[in-house]
Design a protein around this ligand. Structure first.
Ligand SMILES: [Zn+2]
Length: 443
């Protein structure tokens, strides 16, 4: 979620939206049949060079340093286009009149609702939250940012040399490096000073990244959606310029933004699209990357709300399963409503049903105040615990807090609220971890 561009109506064709939209790259409204991998495939469409995005289930292509194979959706459904029989899933927006595809996407669950119906109703609520909402850090801490520590690169190297190992390093906000023998995967690397279309305005980071981009060894980049605190185009361009073998995974509709920036090797996925990536040097088998649902929205300008898809991601090696929550809400709780009994997002229970329990998860806990505006799109710590339990996650790591001041709660409040909620619900302390920026956790 990007700063003041609050849920739903804020990014519509509103006055503020137009002002804040600025002059930035506009995402194409639909997914484009993608750039060529330029290499052979088996079981792709036709002969000759084949695009990874048009591969049939079982088809393979060489991309970056990997042999990439399109898998059937987990759970056994055919999955060319995101649903059985090639039909588009319920998250594809449709015209009410005749049910034809309208372009763009929706959250297809009762747990996702719009808090207000217009920008003009939203504005006074926002102003009230700014004036009367919680501002200061909770009294238990005087810190203004999470602790920062240097990355232990020796530990990461050991993880990549140990069969079956998986190490997760928090780079701040939703940015992580997942290290394993199968691949080094960088997730939502927003490392710029501001998460904004403008270099001089917008939410500014309160803690520096724990290392420079040049220090990171990266094979794959995974992006959850196009908000500026998750898709940092500047960083993606630098990564591609440094190593044009990197493979980029994005949800539907986001490929054109990267392609326009000169980036190649892009795999664009609908929910449940799944690809396995194998390196000839790795004997333990491939890493399988699956685009999974979550409850959020997208917008990069004032004019493109929900035209591109948002997602969480599931990454599995032969011995470990990792889940990346991206940006997600879990229930919608508005003024005068109670938390109890409100419908909850079924996506994470579905992930567990298809893949089994998760060994390690990165789940968002911040940017939740005011609750009546943010709940549809951002988990609060209690929601994050629900997601953790729905996934059957053996160990979760908190993210989406302590880096950019996005919600109106105090910067240091989310981990305190998380620990309180964990205590109340009987979770063990090492089940859901709050780590330092730069800290590594092993699955
Ligand atoms: Zn977002």
């Amino acid at each position: 979620m990007f700063g003041f561009r609050l849920p739903t109506v804020f990014a519509r064709r509103s006055v503020l939206g137009v002002v804040s939209g600025g002059s930035l790259a506009v995402c194409g409204p639909h997914y484009v049949a993608g750039g060529m991998g330029g290499v052979f495939s088996e079981d792709g469409e036709g002969d000759g060079p084949v695009d990874v995005n048009t591969l049939k289930v079982g088809g393979t292509i060489q991309l970056g340093g990997f042999t990439v194979k399109r898998m059937g959706a987990a759970g056994g459904e055919a999955n060319e286009g995101g649903s059985p029989k090639g039909e588009k899933g319920a998250h594809h927006r449709r015209n009410a009149a005749d049910g034809t595809l309208a372009g763009g996407f929706v959250n297809p669950w009762p747990s996702a609702r719009d808090p207000v119906t217009s920008f003009w109703l939203m504005l006074p609520k926002l102003l009230a939250a700014r004036v009367f909402g919680p501002k200061a850090a909770a009294p238990e801490t005087s810190a203004s940012a999470p602790p920062l520590r240097p990355v232990d690169f020796g530990r990461l190297t050991r993880a990549t040399q140990t069969p079956g190992a998986m190490a997760l390093t928090w780079l701040g906000h939703a940015a992580f490096l997942l290290s394993s023998a199968e691949a080094n995967v960088l997730l939502d690397p927003c490392l710029s000073d501001r998460c904004s279309p403008l270099s001089f305005a917008g939410p500014k980071r309160v803690v520096q990244p724990p290392c420079s981009l040049d220090e990171l060894d990266v094979d794959v980049v995974v992006i959850s959606h196009n908000h500026y605190d998750h898709l940092d185009l500047d960083v993606l361009k630098k990564l591609h310029a440094k190593n044009n073998n990197i493979v980029f995974f994005v949800p539907l509709g986001n490929k054109s933004l990267l392609t326009a920036a000169g980036i190649s090797n892009i795999v664009e996925c609908d929910w449940w699209d799944s690809f396995s990536l194998s390196k000839t040097t790795v004997k333990t088998g491939p890493i399988t990357i699956t685009c999974t649902p979550c409850q959020h929205f997208s917008s990069r300008t004032a004019w493109d709300r929900n035209e591109t898809l948002w997602s969480s991601w599931h990454l599995a090696t032969s011995s470990k399963r990792f889940f990346f929550g991206g940006d997600t809400g879990y229930r919608s709780v508005f003024e005068g409503e109670t938390e109890e009994g409100s419908p909850t997002c079924p996506a994470f229970r579905e992930v567990r049903a298809r893949f089994g329990d998760t060994d390690l998860s990165a789940l968002p806990i911040g940017a939740y105040e005011p609750r009546h505006l943010f709940s549809p799109i951002h988990c609060n710590p209690n929601d994050a615990i629900d997601v953790h339990l729905d996934l059957g996650s053996k160990k979760s790591v908190a993210m989406h807090w302590g880096t950019f001041p996005l919600g109106f709660e105090g910067v240091m409040e989310p981990p305190i609220a998380l620990r309180e909620a964990m205590k109340k619900r009987g979770l063990k302390e090492d089940e859901f971890l709050v780590v330092d920026v730069g800290e590594t956790v092993e699955a």
